[in-house]
Design a protein around this ligand. Sequence first.
Ligand SMILES: Cc1ncc(COP(=O)(O)O)c(C=O)c1O
Length: 382
Amino acid sequence: MKFETRCVHTGVDKDATYLSATTPIYPTSTFRWDNLDSHRGFDYTRSGNPTRKALEENLAALEGGIDCRATCTGMSAIVAALQLVSPGDHVITGHDIYGGTYRLFDKVLRDQGIDFSFVDMGQPTQVEAAIKSNTKAIWIETPSNPLLNIVDLNAIVAIAKKHQLITMADNTFLSPYFQRPLDHGVDVVMHSTTKYLNGHSDVVGGAVICKHQQHAERISYIVNAMGLACSPFDAWLVLRGVKTLGPRMEAHQRGADAVARFLNEHPGVEKVYYPGLPTHPGHELAKKQQFGFGAMVSFELKGGRPAVEKFLSKLKIFQLAESLGGVESLIDYPDTMTHSSMSKEDRRTAGITENTLRLSVGIEHPDDLITDLAAGLSAVSQ
Ligand SMILES: Cc1ncc(COP(=O)(O)O)c(C=O)c1O
């Protein structure tokens, strides 16, 4: 079956009693046993639940993995994935990853004995140069957040294989509709399902998808032992959202492309970061390893924070809010919002300035989005 068909049908046909067209929600904490030795596949919802299992089947199939665990947030999915490394191990990652991931690595897991190097992952030579005798894994985010740098999946996987390292990729920004890291040899994929997979800004959730049995077993064990799994209701919402993933991603991308081209021509804009623009340094690589360019667009507005404030004051459609991937367009100021958990120095090293704005382009009509941004830009120039 083609991708869009699998989005609609995988993990759905679960109701043998009434043949309902959608997967039922099982809002139960526990399940009766038939006798002292057997039950019908589920005993306690932290360990497993039929609705969550349906979502897990669906996401594993879409990413091309052998198994998936659906978690209660994207961060809990990262926590679970990072249990594949141990205290004393070293992990290499990008210097421009999502701020919350950076905080978890730098401020929590480092204190628990895991060492991290934050490098420019756009330069595979920097990744190889950072390898130490205790390096165990490489954490990839591509496109990166918020500057949409593209990491060469094949090149990083080749380095990892040479040094026997585990590769893990956060595929939140593109979803499996536009990118499938496991097909490039990555070992583990993680999602914040809060974003495109659910797509309607009404759930926080996560997922870890594995390609190898030993990783899948460990993640499954950890999600149960640490209590990281998502609720049946949230699983049901994400499963419902995934059904429209393909058409939504196409609509998101149509708007992002129009918005990026508009901003790129505007004299009030210093620079646009969108891999779909032929001038983007990662454009050719993105064409090679992705099936689309996605709908995250960042840009540098001329005029610093005062200009940013004027610009934002005129927006009616783009809502000033963190998060991304919902049907409604959002705008984020990474310096005080999504990336405030990084130090100012680290933000500047990563290329985030006081002019940087990040758009999550929704599925509204592109003309309305452009009109909205044009109103903001004209306020800045007055
Ligand atoms: C790329 C990326 N990864 C992970 C996360 C964390 O996900 P959650 O907020 O669902 O915990 C986010 C959240 O914004 C994100 O943008």
